[in-house]
Write a protein that binds this ligand. Structure first.
Ligand code: BGC
Length: 733
């Protein structure tokens, strides 16, 4: 894997004064000028062609799919007279989505976003983006609804698995690289969902309350960094409300923050069914997506009529078209048209997915060096988690299914139009089979785990027990709590009581509690590990992969430690994929000023809570030391050494621990470093000034004075702080 130093990346980023989108692939800087020319040539009736479109799925008897549509998330017709091809849109961040099985073609499933983020490896994530984007192109899509980067404010959010964790620097950097990879295929990527889309419960109407400073220093900073690095053609606005407005009709979010302050030149597309009215156009929304899901098609005839009677609307309509076409030309869609039926090297792509899974697995516990297992290990009992069948995947619009369909699809039942989508799908990648292949001399047995006493009895006769424990999550619903479902806690406790050499492999959408932790020998966090997840898990268990993943989120010690011990609305709302506000239901607000910009580890630091496993935590089969931190202004230099016996990688983490006002913890920089045993490397990290600044009034301000920085094994295990005296500085919003 090729590494670019963080300092180089950030320096390039910070020195860049180019308008957002000017560096997109295929753009020679003139995309906006070309867009303007095309808009000038548009006939009035052509001006609302690009501003709205359908969800490209046969959603009912009256729905006729355009002839050239590819079943997927969306379709926006083109304007052949002007050489503009239709926009064909597919989900999402983890690969070309399954579109409810309407396309039976194979797609490569990356591991979940949290798995990707655990690699802390921007170049690998970019490679993943390149891979999924190439599949989108080969299937005839030219817009990928990727770039999910909502920060984890609540560990129970059902979509955490799609996103990249709780920290704006880490998530923003990684999403920028993911987008860069997708767009390197001359297609458009989104970044989504702007903003503060922190829970699924009541997702269409929950009203997020947050101060501007808190928003800018957290969720919005992740978007800002991601947009600067990735230069996405489009931004997708969120379902929820922000400060009383629907996010897709928020003048503050779309016009002020995104377009005015950040200089975004591309277009804002709505989430599917997120447009409240025509006026959203004046608030900054450029395109109505999945229009069947809204109450009306606002951005068609109604928009044309408004433009015909009012010059302000006509001007705005031209701007909407200019923005869509700027993204179109910047991505090079005109010069590199897409067509279905492209060749895909699934074998090569699966290897990318496997590498991401391998680098994303986090070793959480390893007592008495229980891992790695010797390949000659005798008598291994594998329990639960459908480990002989496949690996778990998360559900919803991001769901990717590989060749031949899922290995298992377990219907959950229920009522309503979306009940048939509630299926727990497993990828065809059996950890059990992969382990057998990797260690042919070992004797492996399997118990389903349905009967606790059967598993415990079998555990007594095994040398080692590996329990697979899974927590399913998906779009449209949140987790009720942080417990493993379906009695798996009791299963693990009983098996570990029967055999002290019990290793737990977790496949979860986010953090879980581990009441059985102390009685286990090892715990491996595998997240949803994607199409080659079984192989990646086996390679960590048997030491072919030295684990290097580090948590991109905090595993809280208890729900009582969370800013919201009960998730807002969870106690009174039904889980509902469409999620419209039930008639007569009381309004729902979520007060994000409780934690403000202090998410996860920062909240814990502020409150004095200790995590079950802190942000940044991850063990290795080797040992690493980071030392000799020296600060020069916002540049940090330090040494990373592999002092263990095997080759491996670690993630060096630099935290700000105090500013002139007092203690304040923030991840200030990071770098994944691969080292041979005994080798060391000097690393320089440039700190983005916005990380140490506060958002005050209309921009960022660095207060003059003394700042402390420390290297960290993780957010809770910090080295000796080193001071840097910084001069006063103002930075534009
Ligand atoms: C999701 C988006 C997705 C869209 C199109 C929505 O339900 O929130 O992330 O891109 O559907 O499928």
């Amino acid at each position: 894997m090729k590494f670019v130093t963080l300092s180089a990346t950030l320096t390039a980023l910070l020195c860049s004064t180019s308008p957002v989108l000017a560096q997109s692939p295929g753009d020679d800087g003139s995309a906006q000028a070309r867009a303007r020319e095309t808009v000038a040539a548009m006939r009035p009736e052509e001006k609302t062609v690009l501003t709205h479109g359908i969800m490209a799925l046969p959603l009912g008897p009256g729905m006729v799919m355009p002839e050239d549509a590819v079943p997927g998330a969306g379709y926006i017709p083109g304007i052949a007279r002007l050489g503009i091809a239709p926009l064909k849109e597919t989900d999402a961040s983890l690969g070309v989505s399954y579109a409810a099985g309407l396309r039976k073609d194979n797609s490569t499933a990356l591991p979940s976003g949290l798995s990707m983020a655990s690699s802390w490896n921007p170049q690998l994530i970019e490679e993943g983006g390149r891979m999924i984007g190439s599949e989108a192109r080969a299937k005839g899509f030219n817009v990928m609804l990727a770039g999910g980067v909502n920060l984890m404010r609540d560990p129970r959010n059902g979509r955490n698995f799609e996103y990249l964790g709780e920290d704006p620097l880490l998530a923003g950097t990684l999403v920028g690289h993911a987008i860069r990879g997708v767009q390197s295929n001359n297609i458009i990527s989104t970044i989504k969902h702007i903003a503060l889309n922190g829970q699924e419960t009541g997702r269409h109407f929950v009203d997020v309350q947050i101060s501007e400073a808190n928003a800018r220093e957290s969720d919005l900073l992740a978007f800002q960094i991601g947009i600067e690095i990735g230069q996405p053609g489009s931004v997708m606005c969120a379902y929820n409300r922000v400060l009383g407005e629907q996010a897709c009709a928020s003048d503050w979010l779309l016009n002020k923050v995104l377009k005015q302050d950040w200089g975004f030149k591309g277009f804002v597309m709505s989430d599917w069914g997120a447009v409240p009215d025509l006026n959203a156009a004046m608030k900054g929304l450029d395109q109505q997506s999945g229009e069947q899901l809204d109450t009306e098609v606002f951005f068609g005839d109604k928009l044309a009529a408004a433009a015909a009677r009012d010059p302000a609307w006509a001007k705005r309509l031209d701007d909407m078209n200019t923005r869509i076409l700027t993204a179109y030309y910047a991505a090079g869609l005109d010069k590199n048209p897409v067509a279905p039926g492209g060749r895909i090297d699934f074998e090569a792509n699966a290897k990318v997915a496997q590498e991401v899974a391998a680098q994303g697995i986090v070793l959480l516990r390893n007592e008495r060096d229980a891992l790695p297992l010797a390949k000659t290990a005798r008598n291994i009992l594998v329990v639960g988690g459908l480990a002989t069948t496949g690996v778990m995947s998360g559900a919803g619009s991001s769901q990717v299914i590989g060749e031949g369909g899922p290995a298992a699809s377990i219907p959950l039942g229920g009522t309503g139009p979306f009940a048939s989508f509630a299926n727990i799908a497993y990828h065809r990648s059996s950890p059990f089979a992969a382990m057998e292949k990797m260690a042919p001399e070992a004797k492996l047995r399997f118990r389903t785990g349905r009967s606790v006493s059967e598993a415990a009895a079998a555990a007594k006769t095994a040398d080692v027990v590996i329990v697979f424990a899974n927590q399913w999550s998906g779009e449209g619903f949140d987790q009720a709590d942080l417990a493993l479902p379906e009695g798996q806690d009791a299963l693990i406790a009983a098996v570990a009581a029967a055999n002290p050499n019990t290793i737990v492999v977790l496949q979860t959408g986010g953090p879980v509690l581990m009441p059985w932790l102390e009685s286990t020998a090892a715990v491996v966090q595998a997240w949803y590990p994607g199409i080659r997840g079984g192989e990646a898990i086996a390679s960590v268990l048997f030491g072919e992969t030295n684990p290097s993943g580090h948590l991109p989120i905090t595993f809280p010690a208890s729900e009582a430690d969370l800013p919201r011990p009960v998730l807002d609305g969870f106690d009174r709302l039904e889980p509902d994929f469409i999620g419209r506000k039930p008639a007569g239901a009381a309004p729902l607000t979520a007060n994000y000023d409780i934690e403000g910009s202090d998410l996860g580890y920062r909240w814990n630091a502020r409150q004095g809570h200790k995590a079950l496993f802190p942000f940044g935590f991850g063990l290795s089969y080797s040992r690493f030391e980071t030392s000799q931190l020296k600060m020069k202004g916002l540049s940090a230099t330090f040494t990373v050494k592999n002092s263990g016996k095997v080759k491996g990688a670690t993630v060096a983490q630099l935290y700000m621990t105090a500013n002139p006002a007092g203690p304040q913890q923030r991840l200030a920089g990071f770098k994944r470093v691969e080292l041979e045993p005994g080798a060391s490397q000097t690393v320089t990290v440039s700190i983005d000034p916005r990380i140490v600044a506060e958002y005050v009034g209309n921009g960022w301000e660095i207060a003059p004075g003394s700042y402390s920085f420390a290297l960290g094994e993780n957010a809770e295990q910090l080295g000796t702080p080193v001071k840097a005296v910084l001069p006063a500085r103002k930075i534009k919003p």
